[in-house]
Design a binder for this molecule. Structure first.
Ligand SMILES: *Cc1c(COP(=O)(O)O)cnc(C)c1O
Length: 400
């Protein structure tokens, strides 16, 4: 890949549709909402086809036609994406569904799917001239930002809650990033980054506050389609923090339809959160689009400890339009299912991977998932990054 890549044509406000220039560093839209990268899909139709992917590199850059990087020299890659989609018949039997597949995102660089988003965000930051990278993180995003910043040769500041899993703190330090610890939540960490943005010109890689982490994570949907032999599953169960992966896959389905890879059918999208931090579930149940702030967020699944999501309305629209649902599971249930996933599949899942499995039995009882369904569970990270972390009891009126 030496010739210039097509790249995006423009950016679009996810709320108002307003168009913005794509070849400048851009954060949120003037309306304060996430920006979506748009491509010339009419020109790509018939040229960028599933058949054309055959001999391509086995990472997410195989989909470079629908990614924003233009100069191949700006691609910062550690081998992200193209993770296995594992058939899991014994897990399917434990869950009570016809077929279950595990998309094992723990096999990405830095052992979580945050690598997908950071590969794109850092490549674009490099291409568009950012000098210093920064982000607040619940954990894994910090490790991935540190890794891709190191690979790009750019300094990175990572601000994380002080109770972030120790393996992740060690990872961030070893990768040479500046680590700032804070007694608080990711939203508090965000304020420290905003100060650095104002005072030192840091480029903020916060999820959905720049347009490209979404583009990295959307490649999960292209992979599912390819790995299933040119179709999509009935149900996708996804552990939701900021929702970037769910929103990204939904966007990829639209692109794939415009490219005529698929028709109008979509998998039912299930958003799974922790009982101790479930703003999306609360909004889903209330029938509203604005999830607001979840007070007292508490869960050992650090990727799910996101009390406010700037893309809340996009998550909720996708879940509802797909006929899916949002559901919360306790830390204890996550931990129990980490073990069931482990012994039935051989995958040592993150608590977030346990959470998606834990969500299936109650959704079967509610009829949102059916026994006849083919269900894809996203294990978004490796259990190794949570060693030493214990499930937390959610605080609530029912708890002693
Ligand atoms: C960040 C993270 C999530 C949540 O991902 P979003 O796409 O931001 O919702 C889930 N699992 C793990 C392991 C994570 O690191």
């Amino acid at each position: 890949m030496n010739a210039a890549l097509p790249g995006a044509t423009h950016l679009e406000c996810s709320l108002t549709g307003e168009r913005l220039e794509s070849e400048l560093l851009q954060r949120l839209s003037p309306a304060g909402k996430p920006l979506l990268a748009r491509y010339d899909l009419d020109a790509l139709r018939g040229r960028f086809t599933p058949d054309a992917l055959g001999g391509r590199r086995s990472d997410l850059w195989r989909y470079a036609d629908v990614l924003p990087v233009r100069d191949p020299a700006c691609i910062v890659s550690l081998g992200e994406g193209w993770t296995p989609l594992l058939d899991a018949p014994r897990l399917a039997a434990s869950l009570g569904v016809r077929r279950c597949l595990v998309k094992d995102e723990g096999q990405n660089p830095t052992a979580s799917f945050k690598a997908r988003g950071m590969a794109l965000a850092v490549s674009r930051a490099l291409e568009l001239g950012a000098k210093t990278l920064a982000l607040p993180s619940a954990g894994n995003a910090g490790g991935a930002a540190a890794a891709y910043g190191a690979a790009a040769g750019l300094p990175v500041h990572v601000v994380v809650p002080s109770d972030t899993p120790v393996p992740i703190l060690e990872e961030i330090r070893s990768l040479g990033a500046h680590l700032h610890l804070l007694d608080g939540l990711i939203t508090d960490c965000g304020r420290v980054v905003q100060k650095g943005v104002r005072e030192h010109g840091w480029w903020d890689l916060s999820t959905l506050k720049e347009p490209y982490r979404l583009e990295g994570k959307k490649t999960m949907a292209y992979e599912l389609f390819e790995q299933l032999g040119g179709r999509l599953p009935d149900v996708i169960v996804y552990p939701t923090g900021g929702g970037t992966g769910l929103i990204g896959m939904w966007k990829a389905f639209e692109e794939m339809e415009a490219l005529r890879w698929i028709g109008g059918d979509r998998p039912r999208m299930i958003s799974v959160q922790a009982a101790g931090c479930s703003p999306i579930v609360r909004a889903f149940e209330a029938g509203v689009e604005d999830a607001g702030y979840f007070e007292g967020a508490k869960t050992y699944a650090s990727g799910l400890r996101v009390p406010a999501a700037v893309g809340d309305f996009l998550i909720l629209r996708a879940v509802r339009a797909s006929g899916g649902a949002a559901i919360a599971v306790t830390d204890q249930e996550m931990a129990r299912w980490v073990n069931i996933v482990g012994r039935t599949t051989g995958v040592f899942a993150a608590p977030e991977g346990g959470a998606v499995a834990a969500a299936v039995p109650p959704l079967l009882r509610k009829g949102v998932i059916r026994e006849s369904d083919e269900v894809v569970l996203f294990n978004t990270g490796s259990g190794l990054k949570y060693v030493g972390m214990e499930p937390l009891a959610p605080e609530g009126p029912d708890d002693p």
